[in-house]
Design a protein around this ligand. Structure first.
Ligand SMILES: C[S@@+](CC[C@H](N)C(=O)[O-])C[C@H]1O[C@@H](n2cnc3c(N)ncnc32)[C@H](O)[C@@H]1O
Length: 243
């Protein structure tokens, strides 16, 4: 199997190796609701005739939820993890976005589905993807969002009343002040850590927030064409083109 070419830190290799077990678990992305929503977002503007690249396509053996209804003529995954997977679609395995072995201007779109926050050299990766795209063609991002208030929104009354049942629901109502105090502490800590650049977990190399997406994209030389924050989730969908 091929190891990706390029300069990668020990931390990136460790995070990549530790994530394999999670990605091959049957429960990983078993619920395709958000993935299919992302597919719907992509579908409204995608040119389906040409080559579509999935940057960091993961270890799915079948087409990921976000492309399975798009009837793409040419779909190609790019995946640095050198793990043998019997896929029912084409994939360049052992290849990182920072160096893509494709000729310039051959692709009609690039998808980053929850992969940008795992890519170590994001600016280099985006400029390489832009090289491989036909000029002016789009990049689609599904980003996990880490703002403290998004965490709070995902934990409030709707979750307790709609998604909890029985004793668990009763306990959450009775102990609500304690739960809210804990949430306030988590929000404070997240705000402080984001501000000081302290990792929030062991799985990502960067953390997107609604507050920083615009400047992050323009820092990569991209202009946002469409952006939605998905209600009830910590996800944002973005379509961008070069500035
Ligand atoms: C959370 S998984 C997402 C997998 C898939 N796109 C999905 O939505 O289910 C993140 C993926 O990004 C990949 N990745 C990490 N570094 C990368 C890089 N430098 N270039 C391309 N992909 C990378 C990981 O190997 C992993 O497959």
């Amino acid at each position: 199997m091929f190891e990706p070419k390029g300069d990668f830190s020990e931390n990136w290799h460790r995070q990549q190796n530790e994530s394999v077990e999670r990605y091959v678990d049957d429960d990983y992305e078993a619920d395709g609701t958000l993935g299919e929503l992302f597919g719907g977002f992509i579908a409204t503007s995608l040119d389906r005739e040409g080559l579509v690249l999935d940057i960091g396509c993961g270890l799915h053996p079948v087409l990921p939820h976000y492309v399975k209804h798009l009837n793409l003529k040419q779909f190609l995954g790019i995946e640095p993890l050198p793990v043998l997977v019997e896929r029912d679609f084409a994939c360049l395995t052992g290849v990182a976005a920072e160096k893509i072995p494709l000729r310039s201007g051959c692709a009609n779109a690039a998808i980053f589905s929850t992969s940008l926050d795992h890519i170590e050299n994001a600016a280099q990766a985006i400029s390489e993807v832009v090289r491989v795209l036909k000029p002016g063609f789009p990049l689609y991002f599904w980003l996990g969002i880490h703002d403290p208030h998004i965490l709070a929104e995902s934990k409030t009354f709707a979750v307790v009343h709609t998604h909890s049942r029985g004793l668990k629901k009763l306990a959450r109502i009775v102990f609500a002040p304690l739960e809210h105090a804990f949430l306030a502490w988590q929000m404070y800590k997240r705000h402080r850590d984001l501000k000081n650049g302290i990792p929030l977990d062991d799985a990502h190399v960067r953390y997107h927030t609604l507050a920083t997406i615009d400047s992050e994209m323009s820092g990569y030389g991209l202009r946002i064409v469409r952006k939605i924050s998905v209600p009830g989730s910590a996800s944002a969908f973005i379509e961008a083109v070069t500035l």
